[in-house]
Write a protein that binds this ligand. Structure first.
Ligand code: URP
Ligand code: ZN
Ligand code: ZN
Length: 476
């Protein structure tokens, strides 16, 4: 099957040119001016942007919680992803303590089989026991080289610093990467109980029990442990300006350190916790929303390359599930949706406001997630030989986000009423048309389980950075 895209504005993390792009049998076969090719399908992309398909490095589909599963399973969440230009997701394997990591990984692989986007997992050691080092090694041999740890949620999946040290030491030795949810779990639990014991249980106390300094101190601790163990570290959902200071300092010293933020931390304000129930429940997530100075710092850290990726932390619930905690913030399932809106929000509130260049947009949306998680250059790039995951983006269409028109199965949206500019005109996934004119193709095959490139072949990527101060996250 072949598709010729004519006269699009092709944007990569390092380039911007008007050209034609030819797709043959699932791969990009040629890029150039006035390509002479007889393709089965020709698309006129004049006036459109041509971008690599997005890689969302942080989603939780079909996540079990005490309030029930998150609202999207792999099918519905992947449809929402496609509608927003994302063709690959990275989800999580989270064993129950006592369960074998490998058993949990195999079960998760089965759960994801109906995904329409390609997928891979971060694997979470939720405890340190005699089997953990071998299990980490087995995961790496199976092609899963990213390990997610939680410093919060101490009563379920969170681990202490000793376990974290062991995980980092083991992962570093085997050439993998640790990704970290950084919030001081014990300190949060103390504050949470302090408020709850006084009957202070509205969503605002969720936010007050998780202050920025708990995130920043955890970031500092994780960075220090990663430095001690020589472990490459990726910090997920950075929300606070104080955290960014530690990240920049460590990157300047040459530590291999990557950071992610999310659209909610770039766009929403903690005043939303002051709204009434049920509205305030929508914003219960961890870390919580912050203030305008935090948002400003996140935008500039992204523009400067200190924050490399934007993930959505897509973890939506229905209002009924959120209402479980209407009288007690501790019972509200944490999380919100957004996998569909990453590109439109970054384009509207990043590119069109001048905070991000188009190339930086591509970098945080696709290229850096591919590089950091061992999927590059097959994914996250528009180059000859790369997989043909391609967004044709109409930069002029105006929309308003609403739970009434989004594709997630959640009946609420934290972006309700947000106006956006730009929309997927056409999406190509693995060389096949996946979305056209707002409609999902009825014949799209299921997505594929990916593997991170072998830790050994990507390990050069994690060499300590030089201390020139110019931080280059690219493959050497
Ligand atoms: O509130 C959130 N972010 N829920 C999902 C789990 C996590 O911590 O990433
Ligand atoms: Zn988290
Ligand atoms: Zn998450």
């Amino acid at each position: 099957m072949s598709i010729l895209i004519r006269n699009g504005r092709i944007i990569t993390s390092v380039g911007d040119q008007i050209a034609d792009l030819l797709v043959v049998d699932g791969k990009i076969a040629a890029i150039g001016n006035q390509l002479e090719a007889n393709a089965e399908t020709t698309i006129d992309a004049q006036g459109m942007l041509v971008l690599p398909g997005g890689i969302d490095p942080h989603v939780h589909l079909h996540l079990p919680t005490p309030a029930g599963y998150s609202a999207d399973d792999f099918r519905t969440g992947s449809i929402a992803a496609l509608m927003g230009g994302t063709t690959t997701i990275i989800d999580f394997v989270t064993p129950i303590r006592g369960q074998s990591i490998i058993e949990a990984l195999k079960a998760r692989i089965d759960e994801a089989a109906n995904s329409l986007v390609d997928y891979i997992f971060h694997v979470s050691p939720v405890e340190w026991n005699k089997n953990t080092p071998n299990e980490i090694e087995e995961c790496i041999e199976m092609g899963f080289t990213s390990f997610k740890i939680y410093m919060a949620y101490k009563d379920s999946v969170g681990i202490d610093d000793t376990a974290l040290y062991h995980v980092m030491h083991t992962v570093a030795k085997l050439g993998g990467l640790v990704t970290a949810h950084c919030e001081l779990g014990d300190d949060i639990d103390t504050l949470r109980d302090f408020y709850a014991n006084q009957g202070l249980t509205t969503p605002k106390y969720h936010m007050l029990s998780r202050p920025s300094r708990f995130e920043a101190l955890a970031v500092k601790r994780a960075i220090d442990l990663a430095d001690q163990t020589q472990c490459p570290l990726y910090i997920v959902h950075v929300s606070a300006a104080e955290s960014v200071k530690h990240i920049i300092q460590a990157q300047k010293s040459g530590q291999p350190l990557y950071a992610e933020t999310c659209p909610q931390y770039l766009l929403l304000d903690q005043n939303l916790y002051e709204t009434s129930i049920p509205e305030a429940l929508k914003y219960v997530m961890s870390p919580p929303l912050r203030q305008s100075n935090d948002r400003d710092t996140l935008w500039s850290a992204m523009a400067n390359g200190n924050i490399q990726t934007v993930g959505t932390d897509h973890c939506p619930f229905n209002l009924e599930q959120k209402m479980v905690g209407k009288d007690d913030f501790q019972k509200v399932p944490n999380g919100a949706g957004g996998v569909e809106h990453r590109l439109s929000l970054l384009f509207t509130y990043g590119v069109l406001t001048g905070k991000l260049s188009l190339s930086k947009l591509v970098d945080v949306f696709a290229t850096q997630p591919a590089k950091i998680f061992g999927l590059y250059p097959q994914k996250g790039e528009l180059a000859i030989g790369s997989v043909a995951d391609i967004v044709i983006w109409n930069p002029n269409i105006k929309r308003t986000i609403s739970s009434r028109n989004h594709h997630s199965k959640s009946d609420i949206s934290i972006y309700e009423g947000f106006e956006t500019t730009g929309e997927v005109a056409l999406l190509i996934k693995n060389g096949k048309i996946a979305v056209e004119n707002g409609k999902l193709s009825g014949t799209l095959p299921n997505g594929q389980l990916l593997k991170h490139q072998s830790a050994r072949t990507t390990s050069h990527y994690y060499k300590r950075m030089d201390n020139s101060g110019s931080y280059n996250c690219g493959r050497v």
